[in-house]
Design a protein around this ligand. Structure first.
Ligand code: TYM
Length: 320
């Protein structure tokens, strides 16, 4: 698998619920496209330890983890080309996180957007949430990643990973880490939800990626439209993910003010797009053992790479 002429790509998704089309267009589709470009050694993982901040029920965690593995394969991730694994199967992630914890300061973490948002909501914040960017830096830096495909909301986390890499090498006078770059596609950096805000599980404005036709219809009908213009902007902004704008413009022109027609057309387009993936996923779901084997194989490859890096880290800090 590892090929030195190729760049390394890493990314992950939290198993905290059904992925939505914002996750897909913002990040997961890029995982598949970049895998198929043949230019990267790809590692895509299930960020279960990040998810543990939210999912604190063993059965639910098991179910959501298997679900996300199915999702990954159904969208086209190919275990022959990409190592797909669970973060918790590679203990080096949490070990490196601890090492970073000793050099990262609390005021620095208090500046993280996610922490500030949680604080603004007056939540009782657990240490795992506070420490989230540090574990994420470990996820990325362990594999000498060159690129990290993500949506806009993760940009700051990649900056944190770079800062932490530089700080480590500065303190320990080493050249241990490579500086990663985020890979954010501008046109889909922030996919809007049914209410026009960023699509997000926590806003309840999502269209699930593997939605049934009924679910698609329900979500599309709930898209917020205002009657101030001819074009329902929130409908259009989701529609452009599924059909080229050159085709959309005449359609919207011909249906000025006819929001119901446009919503129906959007339902058709989303359903046509999702259907083959939904069917592939249903087939895969019949053989969960096969999926678990894929995760184990991916973990083996990841552990091998991670152990090598961790050894270099341990030498740099002087524990070996
Ligand atoms: P998560 O699970 O919240 O989201 C997965 C990916 O989906 C992107 N995304 C969006 N992109 C565009 N528009 C939207 N509305 C939208 N909503 C979500 C996210 O930006 C993300 O890329 N912290 C990460 C998981 C993680 C990770 C990592 C990622 C843990 N370790 C290391 C990369 C590298 C997260 O919470 O993603």
């Amino acid at each position: 698998m590892p090929n030195t002429s190729k760049k390394t790509l890493i990314s992950g998704v939290k198993p905290t619920g059904r992925p939505h089309i914002g996750n897909y267009f913002g990040a997961m589709k890029q995982f598949v496209d970049l895998q198929d470009s043949g230019k990267y050694d790809c590692r895509i993982f299930i960020a279960d330890y990040h998810g543990l901040n939210l999912i604190q029920d063993a059965e639910e965690m098991r179910r959501l983890t298997l679900d996300l593995a199915l999702d990954y394969i159904a969208i086209g991730l190919d275990p022959k080309k990409t190592s797909i694994f669970k973060q918790s199967d590679v203990p080096a992630h949490t070990e490196l996180c601890w090492i970073f914890d000793t050099i990262v300061t609390m005021p620095y973490l208090m500046r993280a957007h996610a922490f500030k948002d949680a604080e603004a909501k007056d939540k009782e914040i657990n240490v795992g949430t506070f420490n989230y960017p540090v574990l994420m830096a470990a996820d990325i830096l362990l594999y000498d990643a060159d690129v990290v495909p993500v949506g806009q909301d993760q940009k700051q986390h990649i900056e944190y990973a770079r800062d932490i890499a530089l700080k480590f090498d500065n303190i320990f006078r080493s050249e241990t880490f490579k500086l990663p770059t985020d890979l954010i596609m501008e046109s889909v950096a922030v996919v809007p939800g049914t209410d026009g805000r960023k699509m997000s599980k926590s806003y309840g404005n999502t269209i699930p990626l593997f939605a049934t036709r009924e679910e698609i219809t329900k979500a599309v009908m709930s898209i917020v439209t205002d009657s101030s213009g001819d074009v329902p902007v929130n409908v259009y902004n989701i529609h452009r993910l599924f059909r080229p704008e050159s085709e959309l413009r005449p359609l919207y022109e011909a249906n000025k003010g006819k929001y119901a027609n446009l919503k129906k057309a959007l339902v058709e387009d989303i359903d046509a797009f999702i259907k083959p993936m939904r069917e592939r996923r249903a087939e895969l779901a019949d053989d969960p053992k096969k999926v678990m084997r894929i995760l184990k194989k991916g973990a083996k490859a990841a552990n091998k790479a991670a152990a090598k890096k961790l050894e270099a880290v341990k030498k740099a800090i002087g524990v070996i």
